[in-house]
Design a protein around this ligand. Structure first.
Ligand SMILES: [Zn+2]
Length: 133
């Protein structure tokens, strides 16, 4: 499926090729770029080998264009949000965990939630998620 991903604040396209570019900061305050797959449920993340992130590290993530935080504490303090447009220009909220190695993604549109990843049950509080959409 052809999809575009946008910053929810400045609405810049975040996907280049088949990857989503996100600016990140690890717990030590070191910054780096993360490349996520555009395919929901694919958790392969590319980064520079010198950008050290430990499993379970609590990342901060930012739009690479407007530098605003993508954190979405209304859902949960570990959850971040970007937007997705599918090939019919339908817009979805994409919520995902900022804990490195945690696999959970929520695709939300008009109170319908699709979940991806083996850790998706961890943050499931659909009322919480849905209230925001
Ligand atoms: Zn932005």
């Amino acid at each position: 499926m052809k999809a575009n991903y946008l910053c929810p604040i400045c609405r810049t396209y975040l996907n280049v090729g088949d990857q989503i570019v996100i600016s990140a900061k690890n717990e030590k305050g070191v910054k780096g770029l993360l490349l996520f797959s555009i395919h929901l449920g694919d958790y392969e993340i590319n980064k520079h080998p010198n950008f050290d992130i430990e499993k379970n590290e609590n990342l901060s993530m930012y739009c690479p264009c407007c530098h605003k935080s993508l954190r979405y504490p209304k859902a949960h303090k570990n959850i971040f949000k970007i937007l997705m447009q599918d090939d019919e220009d339908q817009e979805y909220e994409i919520l995902f965990s900022g804990i490195y190695g945690e696999r959970c993604t929520y695709q939300i549109h008009e109170k319908k939630v699709n979940t991806f990843g083996q850790d998706a049950s961890k943050y499931i509080n659909f009322n919480n998620l849905i209230d925001m959409s």
